[in-house]
Ligand binder design. Sequence first.
Ligand code: PXP
Length: 239
Amino acid sequence: MSVLRLGVNIDHVATVRNARGGEHPDPVAAARAAVAAGADGITMHLREDRRHIRDTDLDRMRATVTAPINLEMAATEEMLRIALAARPHAACLVPERRAEVTTEGGLDAAGQRAALAPIIAALREAGIRVSLFIDPDREQLEAAAALGAPVVELHTGAYAGGRPGELERLARAAALTTGLGLECHAGHGLTYDNVGPVAALPEVVELNIGHFLIGQAILDGLPATVRRMKELMQAARRN
Ligand code: PXP
């Protein structure tokens, strides 16, 4: 069987933590649990507005999580500085708009070559594996290759949204990566129900999945957590 890694995106553990402004649940503890369960890497997106993970989460993650860390980041000077200091295994350049709920579309690698080239070069020089999060289009793939990015992550959001023809579009894009010398990753909106056809694309070697996993972990974990709280309550009453 060929390689297919799972990168677990822990951003939404931080979303829940931040709802109360405290330290629980800790995204770094969640990352350790994911790695113990077989995650091949941890993905985190340090957004300009720090809406989920914080700078200190990245530092603690680097210090205590042994699995490869993939830092999703906007192609800005500030994020470049942070990435060069943190030295994650990989950096995935994503488009970022403050008002968006999540990363809505791929990076326009073809339209932003001049802005992206120095950032990609600086990350590569620091030994950080660069990927570009792009829509599954030939023009974007060719631009990524021309920019010297070793990896692309194909945006699976339109496929996950059920748009007809999107699986075929992903398959065509994945097939092009080999000839262009690009390593192929994919992600966004993947769930138990829709992961199969993307996982079956032979060129894809890594999937990055976040929102569904964290949501499902709440559903799967709630029964044991409620049982534990009731035990503690009842034990206190008995004493
Ligand atoms: N890959 C990239 C580049 C992303 O920006 C995101 C969302 O942060 C994901 C994967 C994961 O998407 P989801 O949370 O929908 O699984």
